[in-house]
Design a protein around this ligand. Structure first.
Ligand code: ARG
Ligand code: GLU
Length: 688
């Protein structure tokens, strides 16, 4: 008895120590009060109200959701906005032509008149957030209704809440988001600005320096930033794009610190992480790391090899496929790091051990047996989950079929010009043969639709099928005289998508409903099991705070990485023969002139981040901007599932490199002046 008591006290102590030490977590800003003590103990000098306040201007007023999945931050009283180069990529590309290749040469507005509008691009600034769990669940009693019924109650109530919030003011957009698998719901109300102009971007050879070779890696030297400006109506409220609009005056913008960073310094990332799965069952982790990731990686390895072959044969094809190739390669490389990280850290076993301890505790509680039930659902679901993965990484990647689909979905109105500009049929056809052979070999026949089996019977081989599909489809080239709905590319899309949506997904519905219910229970149980621990809700593209410190790491036995990279490293990598490492001559000249050897470029820290955090402000202990988050290290990409403070690092562009580039490469001193403008009496920066 006494011994048990002692053990219990010890583990409690260790747990609470563990809580104080760990840097993982993506915290809701309105609840940051829970963590502010820990943040301050680690060096943060501001208070919870400085981060998020409904009454006064706070840091959150300077952070924006940029486009559909990136973060940006406001750095001047005239709405100047910073984000990553890869976040502004499509805008930079859309203004580019053969005469003005802004992707290649960079773009710098020399005055406000030269800033370029971007139809369709929005930024959202959070006005407030609020726990609306009670209102969302009004009319629902746990245990007495099916999951589908619960879903429709939630959807209905959430719609009412959202519409009411949006009706309260001009340009308001609201959403209700589930936290902790639907144990809690939050309302987020944003102001959405629709006139966001491109102000500056470095040449891709700087903004994408290192390309896919360095992507997800350290040491890193990418100047991954672009500059925009938010415009508003004369009343400072959101307005459609118009010449009449004026720069937006934010409630708060970020003060830039040029003091620099060193190992151990406090850092905070404030942004919109997209998606994490930190509370998964061991079976789900096993599936991801041992089944799903390897399958997806294999299919993408095949496609990338085909793309690479044709891209290296022709500069024209290389340009056409550069963006596609980058996005295929991005997740491909991340999954490899993730699968390795999960294995290396024995995450499945750790989860199993945790589940065993949980179940021991759960005896006699409503949570008893929940982990076993989850395992049972997963074992039924796996076959379908795998089919979905195969579908998404093979059938759904056939480009000609997507072109046909968008043509027919728009009743022939879709402009396919953009599609053909970046299309090369031999790549698509060879990829079709490659991935459909894998699909065919791995898909259980009882899951496949009649239509597919009939095609197989008719053509016998995927190669023959490809001859017909790519040889006869009117979508094989631009400006075909006739498009028929019997087109083989369209039929391929139509039948396979129909199978996916109307057969495959519905067959998983009962199981995923069951999963949702069990996870709601399991996460609630985990919180009761470890009452001394703060649980952060999984990322879901809502505003979060992550904090940590500047820190190197050890990627492998006998290897240690320093946390700061410099311009010297860019010069070391520079090689005109290698596309990813061919820097502009101007940068070489500036370096050769001397004095810039120690110019900092990027740094590492222990903040818990994920996709969506790209462009997020990285702040120091005083809440000043020290950099832009843009990536994570490869060995730590499993942090979406399991954060290991030893090895998980986010990668930040040092703000001083950004300022250096704007001045030296862009010759846009006016922007540097705007960003570094000294604070004045009425200046919102002084409110903190
Ligand atoms: N890895 C970063 C992210 O996940 C940067 C991606 C930029 N794209 C690329 N293929 N290099 O978005
Ligand atoms: N580059 C990612 C993005 O675009 C962020 C990197 C990550 O996944 O952490 O959001």
């Amino acid at each position: 008895m006494r011994k048990n008591f002692f053990v219990a006290i010890c583990s409690l102590l260790m747990l609470s120590l563990g809580v104080a030490r760990a840097d993982d977590g993506m915290w809701l800003p309105s609840l940051i009060g829970q963590r502010i003590g820990d943040m301050q103990a680690k060096g943060f000098k501001l208070g919870a109200e400085d981060i998020y306040s409904v009454n006064q201007a706070s840091l959150k007023d300077a952070v924006v959701l940029f486009g559909r999945g990136c973060t940006g931050e406001i750095v001047s009283s005239d709405g100047l906005l910073l984000t990553n180069h890869h976040c502004g990529y499509s805008q930079i590309q859309s203004h580019s032509s053969v005469e003005h290749d802004y992707l290649k040469d960079g773009f710098w507005a020399m005055s406000r008149d030269e800033e370029l509008t971007n139809p369709g691009l929005t930024v959202k600034i959070l006005q407030r957030m609020e726990d609306v769990t009670q209102a969302v669940l009004a009319g629902f009693t746990e245990g007495s209704m099916t999951e589908s019924w619960r879903d429709s109650v939630v959807k209905h109530n959430a719609d009412v809440i959202r519409k009411e919030a949006e009706a309260a003011g001009k340009g308001l957009k609201a959403s209700v988001e589930a936290m902790y698998y639907g144990n809690q719901y939050f309302l987020f109300v944003y102001k959405e600005f629709r006139d966001v102009r491109l102000v500056g971007a470095p040449p891709s050879s700087i903004g994408k320096f290192g390309g896919d070779t360095d992507n997800w890696m350290w040491p890193r030297h990418t100047g991954d930033f672009s500059i925009f400006r938010i415009y508003a109506g004369k009343d400072n409220e959101p307005a459609e794009i118009s010449e009449e609009n004026v720069p937006y005056h934010p409630r708060r913008f970020l003060r830039i610190s040029t003091e620099g960073v060193k190992e151990g310094d406090f850092t905070m990332v404030f942004g919109f992480p997209g998606s994490t799965q930190e509370y998964l069952h061991s079976e789900a982790v096993r599936y991801i790391g041992e089944v799903s990731d390897p399958v997806k990686i294999d299919l993408r390895t095949r496609r990338l090899a085909i793309q690479k072959k044709y891209m290296s044969e022709s500069p024209d094809v290389r340009i056409r496929y550069s963006a596609k190739n980058a996005s295929v390669a991005n997740a491909w490389k991340k999954w490899q790091g993730e699968a390795r990280g999960l294995a290396r850290n024995h995450v499945v076993q750790a989860k199993r051990d945790y589940e065993a301890r949980f179940e021991k505790w759960a005896e006699g509680t409503p949570y008893e047996g929940v982990t076993g039930k989850l395992a049972a659902v997963y074992s039924q679901l796996e076959k379908y989950a795998l089919a979905i993965d195969y579908y998404k990484e093979s059938v759904a990647t056939v480009e000609i079929a997507s072109a046909a689909a968008s043509f027919f979905k728009s009743d022939g109105k879709a402009d396919l010009g953009g599609f053909y500009k970046n299309y090369y049929l031999p790549i698509d056809k060879e990829c079709f043969i490659e991935v459909m052979n894998v699909f065919d070999a791995n898909m259980p026949a009882d899951l496949l639709p009649e239509w597919y089996l009939a095609q197989k019977k008719e053509y016998r081989t995927i190669e023959k099928w490809a001859e017909v599909l790519f040889g006869k489809s009117a979508f094989r080239a631009e400006h075909s005289p006739v498009y028929k709905s019997s087109d083989p590319a369209y039929q391929f899309h139509l039948n396979m998508e129909d199978w996916y949506r109307n057969t495959l997904l519905p067959r998983t519905k009962a199981l995923t409903d069951e999963l949702n219910l069990l996870y709601r229970l399991y996460v609630r149980g985990q919180m009761e099991f470890e009452p001394q621990k703060d649980f952060f809700p999984d990322a879901n593209l809502t505003l979060r705070v992550a904090y940590g410190k500047v820190s190197g790491y050890s990627p492998a036995d006998a290897v240690r990485y320093e946390p700061v990279s410099t311009l010297k490293g860019i010069i070391e990598k520079d090689n005109p023969e290698i596309f990813d490492y061919n820097i502009p001559q101007k940068l070489r000249d500036i370096y050769a002139a001397g004095g810039h050897e120690d110019q900092p470029v990027c740094f590492l820290a222990t903040n818990h981040t994920t996709g969506g955090n790209s462009g997020s402000p990285v702040l120091n202990a005083d809440g000043e901007l020290i950099g832009l988050n843009f990536d994570r290290v490869w060995e730590g990409t499993m942090s979406d599932i399991h954060f290991d403070p030893e090895i998980c690092r986010n990668i930040t562009l040092d703000i001083r490199y950004l300022l250096f580039l704007v001045k030296e490469i862009g010759n846009a001193q006016w922007l540097v002046d705007e960003m570094l403008a000294p604070a004045t009496e009425e200046d919102p920066r002084q409110q903190i």
